[in-house]
Design a protein around this ligand. Sequence first.
Ligand code: ZN
Length: 375
Amino acid sequence: MSQRTRLFRRKDPYDLPASDEQFLRAVRENCAFHYAHCPEYRAVLDSFSFRPEDLREYADLEKLPFLPTLTFKKHRLFSLPRWRMAAVSTSSGTSGQFSEVGFDFPALWCDWNMLWKIGRPRGFFSPRPTHYVILGYKPRRDNRTSVARTAFGATLLAPALSRTYALKYENGSYTPDLDGVADALVRCGKSRFPTRLVGFPSYTYFLLRLLESRGVRLSLPPGSKILLGGGWKQFYTQQVEKPVLYDLAQRVLGIPEEHIIEVFSAVEHPILYADCVHHHFHVPIYSRVIIRDPETLAPLPPGQPGLVEFLTPLLTATPILAVMTDDLGILHPAGSCPCGNPAPWLEILGRVGLKDIKTCAAGAAELLGKGGDVL
Ligand SMILES: [Zn+2]
């Protein structure tokens, strides 16, 4: 059994200290694989005179050379031939460049394992038939973005009675149909089955505002939920409005705050982070976070803001085992959340050079802005 499989089979997804040794072994195995099969990755490690065998103890993970996420937007790095990949995931190309990351078959198994262990305690799975309102893209064959896929994947967590999408593909482009979505929600309000709202925080906020302006007051049946997500880039732009969003959801849809769950994941770090009841993103055992000084890149102690680096041994098709984002964040110390989850939690503060980069959320907000004066 591979070291990666052993890591993903572990029972408790948040017991980091108990999994440290296994995490190290899995990263070393992963590093050796990419070193042997991806010439570009080997060149990077060679340029730092770093060999996979140099990962001897857990503290050595800090020394593993990382690749900036930008690398994956500019280059296609693969350690497996295409025919051995189960799927290829791409980031949304709002800025013109996008990353492409391959999934091998065992990685998909790991993925499902992770989804089950992270999602179950937060009530992701339910046997009850459910209406879905997706504030995102209606799937198309040529839309391979992880955002569209994840949104569709979310509708498989409980049997789908209906699916309504906010962005429909018409005449060669996506157009928002918030009115259609609002009408669908009102219909769902009359159903005895629960409804799940899935989408970017920005979309959800706009929709709730639209409903409120129409005087809509629903009381969706118990089991109804809001799943917020769509990539960590959305966070900080929306953060201020979160409490407002929770209030609105309660007022307009009758969904209490504890049933609003936020997740994040990224193409270059496809690990599922789900928030706890205090809306903190605890680091699961499949991932490690290193916060680095933006100037010196030296690792910083917990509680200090810096650049966010992610590690995971999830994929053998693409060398994403250590990626440096252009986000600033804080890793709050283990045991510091009142929810009882012992794992440290990650807070994303913002992006370096924010104004230069058009984010996916900004693109979405722009698109929605064109669709009607909901603001
Ligand atoms: Zn917590």
